[in-house]
Ligand binder design. Structure first.
Ligand SMILES: Nc1ncnc2c1ncn2[C@@H]1O[C@H](COP(=O)(O)OP(=O)(O)OP(=O)(O)O)[C@@H](O)[C@H]1O
Ligand SMILES: [Mg+2]
Length: 528
């Protein structure tokens, strides 16, 4: 759908085909929406229209309300409409026998050539109603004109920035693109935001003009309305990647290399005695959550994990995992469960490792207390350098006491770097260690640094404190630790070369490695 042929420095265009409604149909759709809202309000918590019932409702509504004499049935070719239906049918195949409804008027074959017969008129009418029912269903349950964008897995982000302005998308390969989709009326964006809010059981209105949540497909959504958004309502959707990037993908994308990957692997499992505590830091959309997710590939399968997030984003491939999500206040302003509540609760659940999606508030102290008392943890944090990561942690609102900061072993900095053609790349630009607190100053040591000239992340040559800790705790020499990293790098190179990138394949090979490393190393010899 994306037009790749546009000139370099011009914003590339993304073409969307929009459903075309006549004025009467638009009016009808609006009425239908209002009717459904009324129905939802009057049924309160009991509102639960299943797909089959909803389709039937829409069909009845059209049947009842549509002045069919206002439509030129002769312009409707049943063959064409029915072929649209076939596609719809495929799309909806798994959805509660919707086909039954769509095809209930299917004795068209006999009548099709009998142009002016009553049956044929009837057939055309039914075909038309079925077609419209399906389109309305998509509008109501789906995201209307945004639907094609939502379905395109190549898009990273969808952005509505107001009325009478193009909707923008961020394409994974082509960068920022302008679409031909423009919302002409504020009301249309509001309806879309309302539909989303209703689907996820949230509300957005003048009193709480921000909506932050997760669509049913896992995509993250943020919407704002007036008074906080000046140019009309805005909507940003961070698309959920159905097949998440794994550690091998990140190496392939050059976000890290095999050496750094092997180093992370050893730090994350800590040779079973000292798993590292890691903060992944970076700017907005720099890839922090993705990197955190991919590092969980390295967690020993024996561990019990608890993940805590504001909106479920992580897709951790680990059997023994408890996923927790915070809960916002309900309509009566009650029932809120914050990150801190969940971290405190997690500590009562004997986790081996706590994973906090994004550290940003008072939960930081609870988390650091846990890290200082022998738990291990991962988290992401929004900051532009390792130093700023520390500054943010020790200041309001996180207020972590300086003495507790030394519980962090590694700070991984990730950056989104824009190239001249508008496409961005993500790189781990720095790995630092907290080496201690001296005279009230927190000491950081950079151990890996990204070289923009070679586009490689290089080992600076300083001995890693994390590795030294593992060596001392386990009684393994640093030489043996280095050998272990080299072996693990061989394994990562093997996975990379053979394109074994899925969580399953990675898990399989890692398991073999844990069981008998000599055997698997022998097996893959020369094949990396
Ligand atoms: N290394 C990478 N290479 C290419 N694309 C990536 C990479 N990491 C992440 N992405 C893509 O970039 C988008 C943002 O990634 P992610 O959510 O991990 O960033 P983030 O830093 O956690 O963002 P936020 O600041 O919103 O928390 C996603 O669509 C993801 O698939
Ligand atoms: Mg994130």
């Amino acid at each position: 759908m994306a037009n790749k042929s546009k000139q370099k420095n011009y914003m590339k265009e993304y073409k969307v085909t929009k459903p075309n409604f006549s004025q009467i149909e638009e009016k009808l759709l609006k009425e239908l929406r209002n009717e459904l809202v009324d129905l939802a309000i009057s049924s309160g918590n009991n509102f639960n229209l299943n797909k089959k019932a909803l389709i039937q409702n829409i069909k009845n509504f059209i049947d009842l309300k549509l002045p069919l004499n206002s439509i030129n049935l002769n312009s409707i070719n049943p063959n064409i409409n029915l072929s649209i239906y076939n596609n719809e049918k495929d799309n909806l195949k798994s959805e509660n026998n919707i086909n039954e409804i769509i095809y209930e008027d299917s004795d068209y074959e006999d009548n099709i050539n009998n142009d002016n017969s009553y049956e044929n008129e009837n057939l055309k009418k039914n075909t038309y109603i079925n077609d419209l029912t399906n389109k309305f269903y998509q509008e109501i349950i789906g995201y209307g004109s945004l639907d094609p964008l939502i379905k395109d897995d190549d898009l990273e982000e969808i952005m509505i920035i107001g009325v009478r302005k193009p909707v923008f998308v961020y394409h994974r390969d082509l960068g920022m693109m302008k679409t031909n989709l423009i919302f002409k009326k504020e009301e249309d964006i509001l309806t879309l935001i309302d539909t989303i809010a209703r689907q996820i059981n949230r509300r957005i209105d003048q009193e709480s003009p921000i909506l932050d949540g997760r669509l049913l497909d896992g995509s993250r959504v943020n919407a704002t309305i007036s008074p906080i958004s000046a140019d009309g309502p805005s909507l940003t959707i961070r698309k959920f990647k159905k097949d998440p990037l794994t550690i091998i993908d990140l190496i392939k994308l050059k976000t890290m290399n095999t050496r750094l990957g092997a180093f992370f692997w050893l730090c994350v499992d800590g040779l079973g005695v000292k798993p590292a505590n890691i903060i992944i830091s970076g700017g907005t959309s720099s890839g922090k959550t993705t990197t955190l997710n991919s590092l969980t590939n390295f967690i020993n399968p024996r561990e019990r994990l608890i993940s805590i997030e504001d909106t479920l984003e992580l897709q951790i491939n680990h059997q023994h995992l408890l996923r927790m999500e915070t809960r916002p206040k309900n309509i009566e302003q009650k029932g809120e469960l914050k990150m801190d509540d969940l971290v405190k609760n997690a500590l009562r659940q004997r986790p081996d490792r706590i994973i906090v999606g994004e550290v940003r508030g008072t939960e930081a102290i609870t988390l650091f207390t846990a890290l200082n008392t022998g738990h291990s943890g991962f988290g992401t944090l929004h900051a532009n350098s390792s130093r700023e990561t520390i500054t943010r942690l020790i200041n309001h609102p996180m207020n972590v006491p300086k003495i507790m900061i030394s519980a962090i072993d590694l700070i991984i900095m990730e950056n989104r770097i824009y190239k001249s053609d508008g496409v961005s790349i993500r790189r781990i630009t720095e790995v630092s260690e907290v080496v201690g607190v001296e005279e009230n100053n927190i000491q950081l040591n950079k151990i890996f640094n990204w070289n923009p000239k070679t586009d490689e992340i290089e080992n600076i040559g300083i001995t890693s404190k994390t590795l030294r800790n593992i060596s001392e705790t386990r009684g393994t020499s640093m030489k043996e630790i280095e050998e272990e990293i080299t072996n693990r790098e061989i394994l990562l190179k093997y996975l990379l070369k053979n394109n074994l990138r899925s969580n399953e394949k990675i898990g399989e090979i890692f398991k073999k490695y844990y069981q008998d490393k000599d055997e698997i190393l022998d097996e893959i010899k020369g094949n990396y």
